[in-house]
Structures are given as structure tokens and as C-alpha cells.
Design a protein around this ligand. Structure first.
Ligand code: MLT
Ligand code: MN
Ligand code: ZN
Length: 310
């Protein structure tokens, strides 16, 4: 399989339109070591011209423009995107659906019932799209452990795995989690036998996740924040990383071994990639000590246009 990182930043992107944090100022000024990033999305292909879009970012038009493979040009109106699979109902993962309204057929959308509910009511993208191309929904089961395929990519088998994270701020379920508010994916290429675990929003690595992580050859996991207090410390928010459903890279205060770096250290012989990076995160400085620390631990940082072949 080929995975293309279309957008490696968290909500807001990098730089964020109204942000003057050190990172956003630096990337805007063109300082060496800082690379702009669009909002969170990947695309998966089986090596053919067909792609599954995972998350539909508000930056989707830029991302498609920057990824010619997504436009195979087989007819007057065409796209390589066969289906859209959503990890959650957050704005940074869903609002790009509106930019796909000119489609000739309904958008083939794969979400959990919880995400469908939010996109029908709280953020009514589905009812809105019914006035354009429409949406054809395939519910993702949150209880079964069976892999599914998305036609015509029959050699890509996917398992959707419920995660602990958070429903979006607009959701009535923000503070009372439903199973299926957030999922991760175990993506398998049955030709190569390789598996990728993808979880851009992950608050806790619970023990039931470990078997999936163990099976994978490549991990692409939540890289939003360096520290639990990053937004508070920098004066941008009163929310902790965990309030927003994200596990920071450094340990939580007084909880040795709890952070993403320490937890990834326990998992051997895999490629480890952080994705969904918030613009305040110091790992965005490619020459900084935080990035060097990740490198020492064998952890990569996703960038827009990154390709993973597995
Ligand atoms: C999140 O995952 O917490 C988001 O990036 C927030 C947002 O999109 O506003
Ligand atoms: Mn997000
Ligand atoms: Zn910023």
C-alpha cells in the first residue's frame, strides 16, 4: 500500500491564521527549520489509481492540488478518491466534505454511528450535502473486530478500532463519551502482508490497543502536543492536552512513563511517526532539541507530501 500524508497539522494548520506563537511567526517569516503544514488527512492506495481519503480536511482543495495522483484524469469529471473514511467528527477532519459537493455520485462515507449522528445534527454536513451530491453512508461497526474492504481496493483490509479521545466541542457528547466518537485504523495490505496503525487523536494507549499496535509495522499516532500544559503555558487556552483528547509526547506531571515517547519506547521494531501536530508544538522546529530527542527515540514527524510504502 501507499499512504500519502496530505495534511500533517492539527486543527488550525501551520501557521494558523490568527496565531503569533513562536512557531507560527517563524514559519511565516520563512525561518529555516520550519515547514508549513495543512490540516490532518491521509490517503491510502493499493498501488492503482484508486484512493481512500481518510479524513476530509478544510484544506482539501490545496491538498488535492498538491497531490496529482489523486486526479487520474480518466474523463471530463473524475477523481481518484473512491471513498472517505472519518476518524472522528472534528472540524479539521470533516469540513472538507463540503468541498467535494460537485461529485458526480454521492460521497461514499464510512463513519461510526456516533460520528454520523454529530454530522447529521451538531454539524449538519450530511443534510447540507443532500442538496448537492449527497452522501452514501456505510456504518463502521464499533463492536466487531472484523476487517472490511472498500471497493475497488480489495487488497486493503481495514479494522476500525474505538479509541479514548474526545468528541468535538460542538457535540452533545463532548463530556460523555460514546464508543465510536474516535477511532483508529489498522490498515493491512494483503499483498505485502504489511500493516499500518493510524490514530491521529489518541488520549490513552489502553491495554486493548496493544495487540493492534503489536501487529503493525508502522505506527502513525497522535503528535498534537509536546506537553500536557502546552496551550495553557503558552497562554492560548485553559485546556490541557487531555481535555482535548490528546496524549502529550512528554510524561504527564508526576506520571512517569505516561507520555507518548515513553510509551513508544516500549514498542520495538516498528517505524514510528507522529502526525496531527499542533502549531504550538516545539517539534515543528526541525533544528530544535525536542526534535532531536524524538530522533534519539527513533520517532519521525510526518510532513505534508510524506509517502509511506508498506
Ligand atoms: C483536535 O483534534 O483537538 C482538533 O485539531 C481541534 C480542532 O480542529 O479545532
Ligand atoms: Mn484535530
Ligand atoms: Zn501558532
Amino acid at each position: 500500500m501507499k499512504i500519502k500524508v496530505l495534511g500533517s497539522a492539527a486543527g488550525g494548520g501551520f501557521p494558523q491564521w490568527n496565531c503569533n506563537c513562536h512557531n507560527c511567526q517563524s514559519v511565516r517569516a520563512g525561518k529555516p527549520g520550519y515547514t508549513a503544514r495543512t490540516q490532518s488527512s491521509i490517503a491510502i492506495s493499493d498501488g492503482s489509481k484508486n484512493w481512500i481519503l481518510v479524513n476530509a480536511s478544510p484544506d482539501i482543495l490545496t491538498q488535492i492540488k498538491n497531490t496529482p495522483e489523486l486526479q487520474p484524469n480518466r474523463g471530463p469529471r473524475d477523481t481518484g478518491i473512491c471513498a472517505v473514511l472519518l476518524m472522528d467528527a472534528q472540524i479539521d477532519h470533516t469540513t472538507g466534505l463540503l468541498m467535494m459537493r460537485e461529485g458526480k455520485v454521492p460521497i461514499h462515507l464510512y463513519t461510526t454511528p456516533a460520528v454520523w449522528e454529530d454530522l447529521t445534527n451538531g454539524l449538519p454536513l450530511v443534510p447540507t450535502l443532500s442538496f448537492y451530491c449527497g452522501v452514501q453512508w456505510t456504518p463502521l461497526c464499533t463492536e466487531c473486530d472484523e476487517p472490511f474492504t472498500i471497493s475497488p481496493l480489495e487488497s486493503i483490509r481495514i479494522k476500525s478500532i474505538p479509541l479514548i479521545s474526545k468528541a468535538p466541542p460542538y457535540s452533545p457528547s463532548r463530556y460523555s463519551q460514546r464508543i465510536g466518537d474516535n477511532i483508529g485504523l489498522l490498515i493491512e495490505d494483503t499483498h505485502t502482508g504489511k500493516k499500518v496503525f493510524y490514530a491521529p487523536g489518541l488520549e490513552k494507549i489502553t491495554s486493548d490497543l496493544l495487540p493492534y499496535i503489536e501487529e503493525a509495522d508502522v505506527l502513525m499516532v497522535d503528535g498534537t502536543f509536546w506537553t500536557e500544559d502546552e496551550m495553557v503555558y503558552q497562554g492560548f487556552s485553559s485546556k490541557w492536552a487531555s481535555d482535548m483528547g490528546h496524549l502529550s509526547q512528554l510524561d504527564l506531571p508526576h506520571q512517569s512513563g505516561s507520555g507518548m515517547i515513553a510509551q513508544l519506547d516500549q514498542i520495538r521494531n516498528k517505524r514510528k511517526i507522529l502526525i496531527h501536530i499542533n502549531n504550538t508544538n516545539p517539534i515543528l522546529n526541525e533544528f530544535g532539541e525536542e526534535r532531536a530527542k524524538l530522533t534519539q527515540h527513533g520517532i519521525e514527524v510526518a510532513y505534508d507530501g510524506m509517502e509511506i510504502v508498506a
